[in-house]
Design a protein around this ligand. Structure first.
Ligand SMILES: Cc1ncc(C[n+]2csc(CCOP(=O)(O)OP(=O)(O)O)c2C)c(N)n1
Ligand SMILES: [Mg+2]
Length: 544
């Protein structure tokens, strides 16, 4: 790697060195010079219609590739990615947010520069709250070290970071003899060994151990280690809503998604009656998508996180999940396989009945049969996500959803990130009409960069998730003719779906048109919903 000539150049080099190949964003005058450097670099700039689209795309990119980046201008752009960054923080997705800013020199001369909110560091302060590390590169002497520090933090904690790049720093010279540095995560072997001895004892003396496989397994790239551990020990495993598909849902020890009262009763009963819960990188908050109906007892748990290992009521510091799981492969667990574990009930493919009105139930059954090993399901908040919980995903991490923070608008822009991160994957976007109207214009970005998602719009004339909780005109959404969108964006194919056979035929054609965006406007009754959503709404309504 040639030594970086400028700070902008150094930042680009470090992103590239960490596997980033695309950067999503919208320029503005405070960021233009950096966009210019990006354009002449090996990174491809993906211009989205809106910054929120860029933020969601970078988040999905990070979920597939391990690191994502978004670049925006000061405040008007930066504050638009506050929501997407908050989601990446809450769901542990390592996104580097780069924001242009007024030059350090021009701040002295004219303190009332455009886009400024209150103080020059207002945006930085906002991002301090929703990232794991942040920096303003105001000093060329320390800029490279600062870039390494925050990128390291993103990779260690799998959470977003913020880099503010004043426009006069883009071409500033870095320290000439600075060498890139990476700090390894700490691991104290003595502490690890003690945690493993205790774990071995607890699992061997338990009668009904269960693993709950969480999202950190994917974020740290240690799914294969988990699989070896399951194969060695035959311990059954469940996922959570956020980590659905972290382990192949066809694995013989896989029981299904554990999500408290809204999931399947058999999985819930098995997990909650376990005398040894092994929580692997699980977010305790995530399972509460089941509305505080998860009953997991800390006194029966071994809980591995990226920072510590908790065993019952005490914690082992300075040991992270990656070292712990590798250690688990060295201990001796003597367990007979339980032949009576719950198994996911596959959605049965149904033959379409010609002329029969489409229902949510039929939609998911038919979509389930459509999945193959190259399909990534990206589900938006709403029944798109709840209904998809019962789909069977073929490979690891082929299901993406904002299943904890639950911001609407993730799925369409998320599909850009997924397909750019891995061009072998075809995104199947599941999105409600309400969520589509928030970020659906990013299909225009998909056209520009020749991407080909299949977009299933669950068109139920409004905010179906909210109607059973409390209904009113505020839950209505204006009706759009979604299948005419190709006329506007000048590409793609649209399908109007009213019946079972309409869906069947549209999916068949979408499977054939692999290079095209396919938009399926699935017109369902406003009061039709999936079973998981019906259970969820009941639980929620009690709390309103
Ligand atoms: C950005 C954002 N705004 C508001 C909400 C609150 N909310 C949760 S679900 C929902 C309705 C979603 O409507 P739609 O996308 O049509 O899906 P449906 O519920 O009809 O399946 C709303 C407004 C949210 N989660 N995110
Ligand atoms: Mg809707």
């Amino acid at each position: 790697m040639a030594a970086a000539k400028t700070i902008g150049d150094y930042l680009i080099q470090r992103l590239y060195a960490h596997g980033v190949r695309h950067i999503f964003g919208v320029p503005g005058d405070y960021a233009l010079s950096f966009f210019h450097e990006l354009e002449s670099s090996d990174l491809l700039v993906i211009n989205t219609c809106d910054e929120q689209g860029a933020g969601f795309a970078a988040d999905a990119y990070a979920r597939i590739k391990g690191l994502g980046a978004v670049c925006v201008t000061y405040c008007v752009g930066g504050l638009k990615v506050a929501n997407t960054t908050a989601q990446a923080f809450a769901e542990k997705s390592p996104v580097i947010v780069i924001s242009g800013a007024p030059g350090t020199n021009e701040r002295i001369k004219s303190p009332l520069l455009h886009h400024k909110v209150r103080e020059f560091d207002t945006q930085l302060k906002v991002f301090e709250q929703i990232t794991v590390a942040s920096t303003a590169l105001n000093n060329p002497q320390t800029a490279c070290r600062e870039i390494d520090r925050v990128i390291d933090a993103a990779l260690h904690h799998k959470r977003p970071v913020y880099i503010e790049l004043p426009r006069d720093m883009v071409s500033a010279k870095p320290l000439p003899d600075y060498l890139p540095s990476e700090t390894p995560l700490p691991c104290d072997d003595n502490v690890l060994n003690e945690a493993l001895v205790e774990t071995e004892k607890i699992i061997n003396s338990s009668k009904k151990p269960v693993i709950i496989a969480g999202i950190e397994l994917h974020r740290f790239g240690i799914q294969d280690d988990l699989l070896k551990f399951i194969d060695n020990t035959h311990i059954p495993v469940a996922a959570t809503p956020l980590s659905k598909s972290v382990i192949s849902e066809h694995h013989p020890q896989y029981m299904g998604v554990y999500e408290g009262a809204i999931g399947h009763d058999e999985v819930r009963e098995y997990v909650e009656s376990s005398d040894c819960l092994i929580l692997m990188g699980t977010f305790m908050t995530d399972i509460n998508l089941g509305m505080f109906t998860a009953h997991l007892d800390q006194g029966r748990s071994i809980y591995a996180t990226s920072e510590k290992i908790y065993i019952h009521y005490h914690a082992y510091e300075d040991v992270g999940i990656s070292d712990f799981i590798k250690g688990l492969l060295r201990i001796n667990i003597n367990k007979q396989p339980d032949t009576d574990i719950p198994r996911p009930i596959p959605l049965q493919p149904l033959q379409p009945v010609v002329g029969k009105k489409i229902t949510v139930k039929y939609l998911f059954q038919r979509l389930n049969a459509f999945l193959d090993k190259n399909t990534v399901v990206i589900a938006d908040t709403g029944d798109a996500m709840f209904g998809a919980m019962d789909m069977s995903i073929h490979s690891e991490t082929e299901f993406l959803a904002p299943a904890y923070y639950a911001s609407m608008g993730f799925a369409v822009p998320g599909s850009l990130g997924v397909q750019l991160a891995n061009s072998n994957l075809r995104p199947l976007v599941l999105v409600g009409d309400g969520a589509f109207q928030m970020t659906g214009m990013e299909l225009s970005t998909a056209v520009r960069y020749k991407l080909s998602p299949i977009v299933i719009i669950l068109n139920n004339s409004g905010y179906g998730t909210e109607r059973p909780m409390l209904d009113g005109l505020f839950n209505d959404v204006n009706s759009w003719e979604y299948c005419s969108i190709p006329d506007v964006i000048k590409a793609g194919r649209g399908f109007s779906i009213k019946t079972e056979d309409n869906l069947d035929e549209a999916l068949h054609l979408s499977g054939k048109y692999t290079e095209d965006i396919c938009i399926l406007d699935v017109q369902i009754d406003p009061d039709d919903s999936s079973l998981p959503l019906q259970r969820m709404s009941k639980a929620f309504a009690k709390r309103i």
